[in-house]
Design a protein around this ligand. Structure first.
Ligand code: ASP
Length: 331
């Protein structure tokens, strides 16, 4: 028997915009680096390269035209907020910025995080959230029907910073496996250290943790490093690591996390990376910092080609462009 196949009245394929594969990230919240295996990292990094090339050639595109990002920051931010805004705008999208303005929003009237999120999702396709409480971004994401991206949850995680940090290491040194990476400063409260360390457990790296006793890496994260079988050592002294570090990842002592300010005063100025100190470092290595710096890296380091922190800043925009495109299904 012959069957007739009727022509469809509508070609729905032309109506429904195709959702490209984006390594499983479409529609996903970005809460923790534990969501990124090496395949996903490779995907985001290759997209970030494309973004860099596009920005270099034409500055912006309309990939995310019609999409709106709500940027909600309950803690101060310069780079994370500005780079998310720049990322969205360079991709042709728009932004509702409640960044420096939480004090002018209904949050200051006592509105809960849940209600604020439920409101913003009525307008926006994706929400970027920074909040002082660890775990709060996951809670917000549970309320929201649009993807929520963690821009720092207290002393918990800062996953997009870790992605840009790892990308920077790869870009600067051409590899991650085999490197000796030293983290210096506030390893206890520094969420960027927490996220980057977790991410690095997927690589064959040696880790060196340099901090005063009271700012040592939390035990749960140290256990992840040990379980991953990495070569790891802790010390109080930068002199122990400066000679053979490939990456010196320097961090600010997180004053806002101390309940006892006298304790902060004791540890705030313990480490300062100077050009004199760097004479003892390898020729091929990089100094990184998530910024802001408040005395941990002397300005005389800035002209050293190994100072990568402002290149790191720029990479943040490309990584966030790649992430926004992926989460919004625009691979
Ligand atoms: N900007 C980074 C953060 O938000 C590092 C810092 O504040 O010291 O965690």
């Amino acid at each position: 028997m012959q069957t007739t196949i009727l022509e469809p009245l509508f070609n729905f394929e032309n109506l429904v915009k195709p959702v490209h594969h984006s390594n499983g990230l479409t529609g996903q919240d970005i809460i923790s680096v534990s969501q990124f295996d090496r395949a996903r990292l490779a995907y985001i990094f290759s997209r970030a390269h494309e973004m860099r090339e596009m920005v270099g050639r034409v500055g912006s595109t309309d990939l995310l035209r019609g999409f709106i990002l709500a940027c909600l920051f309950y803690e101060p931010s310069t780079r994370t907020s500005a780079s998310f805004i720049a990322a969205m705008e360079r991709l042709g999208g728009s932004v509702i910025p409640i960044t420096q303005g939480v004090q002018f929003s209904s949050v200051s009237k006592g509105e809960t995080l849940a209600d604020t999120i439920r409101t913003l999702e009525q307008y926006a396709d994706v929400i970027v959230l920074r909040h002082p409480e660890t775990g709060s971004v996951q809670i917000a994401a549970d309320y929201a029907n649009v993807p929520v991206i963690n821009a720092g949850d207290g002393i918990g995680e800062h996953p997009t910073q870790a992605l840009l940090d790892l990308f920077t290491i790869q870009e600067e040194l051409g590899t991650i496996d085999g490197l000796k990476i030293a983290m210096v400063g506030d390893l206890r409260y520094g969420r960027t250290v927490h996220s980057l360390t977790k991410l690095l457990t997927q690589y064959r790296v040696s880790l060196r943790f340099v901090s005063p006793e009271i700012l040592r890496l939390p035990l749960v994260i140290m256990n992840e490093v040990i379980d991953a079988g990495l070569d790891v050592r802790e010390t109080h002294d930068v002199a122990d690591v400066i000679g053979d570090a490939d990456v010196l990842y320097v961090t600010r002592v997180q004053k806002e996390r101390f309940s006892d300010l006298a304790q902060y005063e004791e540890v705030k100025n313990l480490y300062e990376i100077t050009s004199e100190l760097l004479t003892k470092a390898k020729q091929k290595m990089v100094v990184m910092h998530p910024l802001p710096r408040v005395g941990e890296i002397h300005y005389n380091v800035d002209s050293d080609p190994r100072a990568a922190y402002f290149r790191q800043v720029k990479n943040g925009m490309y990584i966030r462009m790649a992430l926004l495109a992926a989460v919004l299904g625009k691979a």
